[in-house]
Design a protein around this ligand. Structure first.
Ligand code: RAM
Length: 922
């Protein structure tokens, strides 16, 4: 037995997914895996001089807890391998912390490389040294950037700058020599609005639509690449293509009062070449570069599409020796104005390639069905004569007559054009645009197209899919799938509201709670940390925060619910990822906004400013976008004040975390004062209802701790009656109420109602969307019948807290707010009549968590996985602890399982890391 388990241990260590390079030095029972810097693996060009380092621990057996760690950081891989921490040797530090350890070694300077490794001590023994991870510090200061901004601050004769502007892409190139043996080469690029980078004819990186969008007057993101392997001895060439992105948005200049435009595409480029002899040189953007806009990309803009003329291709343009005599000299141009910042969130990538499911003839055209609504583009294969032109129009749906449906795109043309060069088999995909679509109208295709001539290229931020979820209920599973596609479609270097119409804006209110649910499905930690910076940059001097950030649309209207996202996203990052840094960084501007709103908009003790109400409640008539029926609408003052109370209590927590006790007390007092005015104004104690008794009016006080002691049950009944009796078992909330609905029902004992809402298939419900052809989530509950002017079929805001409910309440995987980042996991799945099983996995920052439960004929069985260096509170449905088994023995007698207490009809155990298998009699 003993030998067997040792062999198992060794085997499991050897099969661990090891990051970085080199081999671990030893194969102990515990080992360190997945080293991360600022949550990234081996990043190049980071902005931090004191990066945060994290790791996971792996090992077989139960109850592994870290007791100490040691980090060594060195300036070269060789030094690190020989154990010389010339940058940092932390020594042994007694601590169980394995996330966000601040690098505290020698100062890290611009463009320096740092190699690091870690070992840990645990209650089960000590690990060997981990694999190595590396990081390269970016260009930290403005003056570290050499060279000049180049481009052409004007259009070209073939461009047209109208509402549907046609600006061609700009191609820039330069040749240079490497004079000695290269040790390391790092390319730093700020290519605005979007760039592609080539070295010696090879594309650098697999990012698309880079860099991440920002308010370029406030901040611009640079990307950095280790390009050592791209360089050759002697002659080399660098080339970049610049697209418009959100920088050149002249298309929208017809609304200058609303929509920001920045200027023409431009480039700042530094290639730092370090030679083996210790010397270095930098290739920079300057007047020695050549430029042309007369290349194949004739036009590109995010909303209207891309036009590509293959006859204009310039073979070899980014390799040495290309004849660029017809190109002009690059011009010096204005710098964009914003601070240069390392992009710490992932760029977008082609994340999947999908096949169309059908193609059919429609008059002289064809209609292609991808079978799935998503954001990205189509890759095309075609054979024909030089000058043949294939046109692709994208839409989310088809009309009853079979034609493409584009009315809900508003004035976005969403059309790509490819002109053939006539060189046999040709293949093309766009570079600087994306579409939100399921259907494509194909015209001008030479010959008869088949589905094999097209690929759907699914494009979103390169973040890891961290969660899986399924249950015994097919509707729940299908909604989860739709949500998955909806969420990924709307990650575009910022979270956008929709990917198809002429909007695609980073609306704050759509993510107030959504960001938290999404964090189970995707590792969105870096994207949302970046978004907090965007929101901060959009804040006005007086404290005002817009509804859209980056504020590409200037929507400064001062309401509580949309800007609230600034605070709730920071809360999510801390709860799910342990990111205290974001709270620290944004606390002052958040407080400034809280003070500004209270100072300007308090009346009779309440916060009176609201704009959107409970946005998109199911309306009384199926053609309406917004309800006009006062009975369905919730008072804006109630929404604003309840939300403000909630935000005050989050701010109180933040203040405590940062040791600002006076602030904490102030926020607590603020919440309490509003709470009293709130109950006085809105609460009818005898009826047990608030205001006009909408679900949202009753739910917000319930979940935000506003309801006076002793009245909660009555309120829960009011909510239940409204849903079950008046709404005949249907949802009646919009964007605000739905953010709390599912958890609220579960937490107050009505998981049965939550389940009913989750599984309905008739109007209004998520299931209704499915039955009406949705493969994502709609903007409106009545998305199949409502006015198309505001009716996207791919919008995530109506998900509310559904995904959180799936993971936390159905599967039972929840981070204990008192021990964030899943340091302690609360595992308490709801037992719901009608649901026989649930199975979920979540790759948390601590490691993999799993929960798989089943109920059948009076027995409950549950297997769980708890990652090393964490613990879980496990709530097992049972009449008594006696009836719970773990493995074959009575639970509580097996290793690592401690019985704590009975709580109602649950036996509560505490477990350490490991795999467990519980059964109980119900
Ligand atoms: C619409 C968007 C968005 C929403 C705003 C208020 O334009 O669809 O989702 O947040 O309105």
């Amino acid at each position: 037995m003993k030998y067997k388990s040792i062999i198992c241990l060794i085997f499991s260590v050897l099969t661990l997914p090891l990051a970085g390079w080199g081999k671990p030095e030893t194969t102990q029972a515990v080992s360190v895996v997945k080293l991360r810097t600022e949550l990234l693996n081996n990043p190049v060009g980071i902005d931090a001089t004191q990066p945060r380092l994290s790791w996971n621990i792996a090992g077989a057996g139960r109850g592994i807890r870290q007791t100490a760690w040691q980090i060594i950081a060195a300036s070269s891989p060789e030094k690190l391998a020989s154990g010389q921490g010339d940058l940092w040797n932390s020594g042994k530090v007694e601590s169980d912390q394995s996330l966000h350890i601040r690098y505290s070694g020698a100062a890290l300077k611009s463009n320096t490389h740092c190699y690091w490794k870690v070992k840990v001590w645990t209650n089960k023994g000590e690990s060997g040294w981990s694999n190595s991870a590396s990081l390269t510090v970016g260009l930290l200061n403005y003056v570290d950037w050499k060279g000049r901004w180049i481009g052409a601050d004007h259009g070209f004769p073939w461009d047209s700058e109208t509402q549907w502007s046609r600006l061609s892409a700009r191609y820039l190139r330069k040749e240079f020599d490497t004079k000695k043996e290269v040790k390391h080469a790092t390319a730093y690029i700020i290519g605005l609005g979007l760039y592609e980078l080539y070295l010696n004819g090879q594309k650098v990186g697999d990012q698309v639509l880079a860099p991440g969008p920002t308010d370029y007057l406030k901040g611009v993101k640079y990307n950095a690449f280790d390009v050592t392997g791209f360089l050759k001895a002697g002659k080399n060439a660098v080339g970049t293509v610049l697209g418009n992105g959100r920088y050149y948005t002249m298309r929208q200049k017809y609304k200058p009062y609303k929509i920001k435009t920045f200027g023409y595409p431009k480039l700042l480029f530094n290639l730092i070449i370090e030679y083996k002899d210790g010397s270095s040189e930098t290739v920079v953007s300057d007047e020695s570069w050549k430029l042309t806009a007369d290349g194949p990309i004739r036009s590109n803009n995010e909303y209207d599409g891309e036009e590509y003329d293959a006859r204009k291709e310039m073979p070899g343009w980014s390799t040495p020796g290309f004849n660029d005599s017809k190109w002009q000299e690059a011009e010096f141009v204005q710098e964009p104005g914003g601070t240069y910042e390392a992009q710490m969130n992932e760029n977008m990538k082609v994340m999947a390639t999908i096949k169309p499911v059908s193609i059919r003839k429609q008059g002289a055209k064809y209609i292609l069905d991808m079978g799935q609504n998503f954001a990205g583009w189509l890759r095309l294969r075609v054979k024909g004569a030089k000058g043949d032109s294939v046109k692709l129009r994208f839409g989310e749906n088809v009309q009853p007559n079979g034609e493409l449906y584009v009315r809900n795109l508003r004035d976005a043309r969403s059309t790509d054009v490819y002109v053939l060069k006539g060189a046999g088999q040709e293949s093309w995909e766009p570079a600087f645009i994306y579409h939100g679509f399921r259907f494509v109208e194909v015209s001008g295709y030479p010959g008869t197209p088949t589905i094999n001539d097209f690929d759907g290229r699914v494009v979103y931020d390169d973040m890891k899919n961290t969660g899986t979820f399924s249950t015994s209920d097919a509707t729940v599973n299908q909604i989860y799938k739709n949500a998955y596609w909806g969420i990924l479609s709307n990650y575009k270097g910022m979270p956008v509201d929709c990917p198809q119409r002429n909007e695609r804006q980073p609306w704050l209110g759509d993510r107030t709670t959504g960001s938290y649910g999404e964090s189970f499905v995707f590792d969105n930690s870096r994207l949302y940390a970046k978004w907090l910076d965007d929101i901060h940059q959009s804040q006005k001097e007086d404290g005002s925060i817009p509804d859209v950030a980056p504020a590409f649309w200037r929507y400064y209207g001062d309401n509580v619910t949309w800007p609230a996202t600034y605070i709730t996203v920071a809360e999510m990052l801390y709860r799910q990822y342990g990111d205290l840094e974001s709270i620290r960084k944004h606390y002052d501007p958040m407080k400034k906004w809280m003070d500004y709103m209270a100072g300007k908009y308090t009346q009779d003790g309440l916060i009176i400013k609201d704009k959107y109400g409970d946005w998109c409640v199911p309306p009384e008539s199926k053609e309406l976008i917004h309800s006009r029926d006062p009975k369905r609408q919730t008072d804006g003052v109630l929404i604003a004040s309840a939300t403000y109370i909630r935000l005050s209590s989050i701010m109180e927590d933040f203040a405590r975390l940062l040791g600002k006790d006076q602030d904490a007390a102030d926020f607590a007092k603020r919440a309490e004062t509003i709470r009293q005015a709130f109950n006085k104004k809105f609460f009818d104690e005898s009826k047990g209802q608030y205001s006009n008794n909408t679900i949202t009016a009753n739910l917000l006080p319930l979940v935000h701790g506003i309801v006076p002691e002793g009245s909660r049950d009555k309120l829960v009944k009011s909510i239940a009656d409204k849903i079950l009796v008046e709404n005949k078992g249907h949802i009646g909330t919009g964007v605000i109420g739905t953010q709390w609905l599912m958890r609220g029902l579960s937490e107050y004992g009505r998981a049965d109602i939550a389940f009913r809402l989750a599984t309905n298939r008739d109007y209004p419900s998520w299931g209704y969307m499915i039955d009406n052809g949705a493969t994502t989530i709609w903007e409106l509950w009545n998305g199949n019948t409502a006015n198309p002017t505001m009716n996207s079929a791919n919008h995530v805001m109506l998900l509310g807290d559904l995904i959180i409910w799936y993971y936390e309440n159905v599967a039972g995987i929840k981070s204990d707010p008192a021990a964030p980042a899943f340091k302690r996991i609360l595992m308490k799945p709801d037992m719901i009549e009608g649901l026989q099983s649930a199975s979920a996995s979540y790759e948390s920052v601590q490691g993999m968590i799993k929960s798989e439960w089943k109920r059948s004929s009076g027995t409950f069985s549950w297997t769980i996985t708890v990652p090393a260096n964490t613990s879980a509170m496990v709530y097992i449905p049972a009449k008594s602890a006696e009836q719970v088994k773990e493995g074959k023995k009575k639970a509580g007698l097996t290793e690592g399982v401690k019985f704590l207490r009975m709580e109602g009809n649950r036996a509560v155990f505490e477990v350490g890391s490991g795999n467990y298998s519980f059964t109980s009699t119900l």
